[in-house]
Write a protein that binds this ligand. Structure first.
Ligand SMILES: [Zn+2]
Length: 120
């Protein structure tokens, strides 16, 4: 029982540490989708930017700047920049409230709800 709990804590700690190391760029990340380069070349390459594994060498900056995987990897919460919406500010705030709730930002969601209610 205690051993089980310790094992779970160790795993959680390892996950947090790995995430921090990845976030700070101290660890290699080969998790991007790959495909064979082909033509007798033994290496694989990123499906999006076509840079080879050895050229990337596990570094996010090893991908081209317009690489879709890199853009998602560097985007906050894994959400890419989108074009400006043309709908009402209330509609946009409603969607923002859903996002805040999804991310567990309940206090922020409440503030957004108050702003929406004030605009009605
Ligand atoms: Zn890439």
């Amino acid at each position: 029982m205690v051993k089980d709990l310790l094992g779970k804590w160790k795993l959680l700690l390892l996950k947090i540490t790995n995430h921090n190391l990845l976030y700070r760029g101290y660890m290699y990340d080969f998790s991007y989708p790959k495909e064979p380069i082909g033509g007798g070349n033994p290496y694989q390459r990123c499906v999006s930017c076509k840079k080879s594994d050895p050229a990337i060498n596990g570094r996010v900056e090893g991908h081209l700047e317009n690489c879709q995987w890199r853009r998602l990897r560097e985007a906050p919460f894994g959400i890419e920049q989108r074009a400006q919406r043309q709908d009402s500010v209330v509609a946009q705030l409603r969607d923002l409230m859903v996002v805040a709730n999804t991310l567990g930002m309940y206090d922020a969601a409440d503030v957004i709800k108050n702003i929406i209610d004030g605009k009605r």
